[in-house]
Design a protein around this ligand. Structure first.
Ligand code: FAD
Length: 474
């Protein structure tokens, strides 16, 4: 009987040239069902190729490099960091992707931040919050009112979390909330507030509306750490930059094909090729779902199923710089309840954090997907209109704007992953396992521990590198 490895080798007809001390000057690669691809220059030969220079990719590459393996990172963008993106055109690093270090006690990202000397502050969401009701003409709720609405939703959500195990996978988090006896007892006006606070809590955390999130699985994923969150103000991207230091890296290069057999891989970006014994794939789930990177032969059924059992949420920021601080200077969070409570639900002031008279406006879930279709001018006009209503003033001017649309970004295709209604958390487990010890996935979506976070992605990178090293040593 032919062994699996032999079978695959025959199947690929020597497509991957693992074990050659020196690659030939040109390589002709026969593909299944296709004629010979054009001749390419000699592929670079390394032990491991890492696709993507986000936190998972650079963590994996750092570990492999420190262990003495030849590693090369290939990154589509012109920068490292991926969904960590510190944008400094205004003189201080405005975070357009991740901004918080969640559960900082024991969190390795908190340690790296210290090591790199990157400044952090307390979580602005735990500071001075103004909750403003636009429907009531811009009335600012008292502290006691705000507390009471958060308490009510917390009581409901505690049960929703606790009972998730009994849910079936067709039920959404929203189904669970509206069926809760405490919610049932609320009158229409009370529901208006509770619904708005659901957005502040759920949409903000999961980048998806409660109607889209699987009740059964939405909060699955071991929480590795504890404690308060930290807000990064000194440039989050200095962490991936520090990890990537000295590791061979090619930027501005989009991998479009991974050709593999049981002995190794050939990673293609157009006609450029890298040959390696293994690949660590860290591209976001949305990129895999879109089929932007082809696997040849295709991934097995379990992997294909898993990729489609998860979804990518959207959390977008529209950051406006103004000619003045027209809000109370001490505020660290401004929450807004409008006609549509999912749109422009929160603004984080940057005057105290970064010394810039700016507000970062947030949209998440379906509202964010819709707003991504708006032009910059339309988005700015909508945000300004909300602020004029909230603060009952027209006496401010927009000086500059920075808008980010993560769903439309071809190298992210969303902000982070979640388990949708009908989806399945076990998909994360499948994707965290290496495929034939040759393809290793790493990143926020491909882990069962703290998915959708920077530290979850970082740890997943380390775990994949560790598994890869064990394979390379065999
Ligand atoms: C708006 C927003 C806010 C967030 N807030 C927080 C927060 O406060 N705290 C927190 O812990 N987490 C937060 N997250 C989540 C966190 O940013 C991610 O979980 C984490 O950064 C993902 O890291 P990664 O390495 O898995 O993926 P990425 O950072 O996306 O890295 C993948 C890399 O692959 C590259 N790539 C894609 N396609 C190709 C290709 N074909 N060829 C080559 N390269 C390719 C990408 O350009 C990217 O650099 C936020 C995310 C967003 C978008």
């Amino acid at each position: 009987m032919m062994k699996r490895r032999q079978f695959l080798r025959v199947l690929l007809q020597g497509a991957v040239l693992v074990g050659c001390a020196e690659a030939p000057a040109t390589t002709q690669i026969p593909l299944k069902g296709e004629s010979i691809v054009p001749e390419v220059a000699a592929p670079q030969v390394v032990d491991v190729v890492v696709i993507g220079a986000g936190i998972a990719g650079v963590a994996a590459a750092r570990m492999l490099s420190d262990a003495g393996y030849g590693v090369h990172i290939i990154e589509a963008r012109d920068r490292v960091g991926g969904r960590i993106w510190s944008w400094s055109d205004w003189g201080a690093p405005v975070e357009l992707g991740a901004n918080w270090i969640h559960t900082a006690d024991g969190n390795p990202i908190a340690k790296l931040v210290k090591q790199a000397g990157v400044a952090t502050q307390f979580d602005p969401e735990e500071g001075e919050e103004a909750m403003i009701d636009l429907v009531a003409g811009g009335r600012r709720l008292s502290e006691a009112e705000v507390e009471s609405w958060y308490d009510r939703i917390e009581q409901i959500l505690d049960d929703v979390y606790d009972d998730a195990g009994d849910a079936d996978d067709t039920q959404s988090v929203w189904d669970a909330i509206v069926a809760h006896p405490r919610y049932q007892k609320l009158d229409a006006e009370q529901r208006r507030f509770v619904d708005a606070v659901v957005v502040q809590v759920i949409n903000d955390e999961y980048a998806a509306s409660a109607t889209a999130l699987s009740w059964k699985y939405f909060n699955h994923g071991e929480e590795a750490y504890d404690g308060d969150d930290l807000f990064v103000v000194g440039g989050y991207d200095r962490i991936p930059a520090m990890l990537a230091e000295g590791v061979p890296l090619t930027l501005n290069t989009v991998v479009d094909r991974v050709q593999w057999n049981a002995d190794g891989v050939m990673v293609w970006a157009g006609e450029q090729a890298w040959q390696a014994r293994a690949v660590i794939v860290t591209v976001p789930l949305g990129v895999l779902q879109a089929g932007d990177m082809r696997f040849d032969p295709p991934l097995g059924d379990a992997y294909t199923w898993s990729i489609n059992a998860l979804a990518m949420g959207t959390l977008d920021r529209c950051v406006l710089q103004f000619d003045q601080v027209f809000w109370d200077e001490e505020l660290t969070t401004i929450s807004v309840i409008g006609d549509d409570s999912e749109r422009w639900y929160q603004f984080i002031p940057l005057n105290n954090a970064l010394g810039i008279p700016a507000l970062a406006g947030f949209n998440a879930g379906a509202a964010a997907d819709d707003l991504e279709t708006y032009s910059d001018e339309e988005l700015i006009a909508e945000m300004v209109a909300v602020l004029q209503q909230a603060f009952d003033t027209q006496e401010f001017a927009v000086v500059d704007a920075k808008i980010v649309r993560w769903k439309a970004d071809p190298y992210a295709r969303g902000s982070y992953s979640y388990v949708p209604v009908g989806g399945d958390f076990t998909a994360r487990q499948v994707l965290s396992e290496p495929m034939h010890d040759v393809i290793f996935f790493a990143g926020e979506a491909y882990t069962t521990t703290d998915p959708a976070t920077v530290h979850g992605a970082y740890q997943s990178g380390l775990d994949s590198a560790d598994a890869c090293i064990a394979y390379l040593r065999d």
